[in-house]
Design a protein around this ligand. Structure first.
Ligand code: F3S
Ligand code: F3S
Length: 105
């Protein structure tokens, strides 16, 4: 799977959503999350993120490893909805993400 990391936090550009052929990028309150079971590793989302927040799972920079767990945790109680557009914005974040101080300029 691919993982969305810290640069997305409080940015939520959403350019990635347009690229994903399987609609597996879900919106939380403070960032977006890639569904680890629904992502087919096509990689189309990665180059379009303007803040370079998206990484192949094995390539997530060391300082952002907690975001790997966050992408998994986000879906623990959601199961596999099978499409982000029909679900819409989800009013929560992974625990680690929700605990981060506000970002933004
Ligand atoms: Fe976030 Fe980048 Fe997508 S900022 S919403 S991962 S385009
Ligand atoms: Fe979609 Fe990106 Fe995975 S475009 S299929 S989330 S690699």
């Amino acid at each position: 799977t691919y993982i969305i990391a810290e640069p997305c936090l409080d940015v939520l550009d959403k350019a990635c959503i347009e690229e994903c052929p399987v609609d597996c990028i879900y919106e939380g309150n403070r960032m977006l999350y890639i569904h680890p079971d629904e992502c087919v590793d096509c990689g189309a989302c990665e180059p379009v993120c303007p803040v370079e927040a998206i990484f192949y799972e094995d390539d997530v920079p060391e300082q952002w490893k907690d975001y790997t767990n966050a992408n998994y945790e986000f879906f623990e109680d959601l199961g596999s909805p099978g499409g982000a557009s029909k679900v819409g914005k989800i009013d929560k974040d992974a625990t680690f993400v929700g605990a981060q101080p506000p970002r933004g300029d």
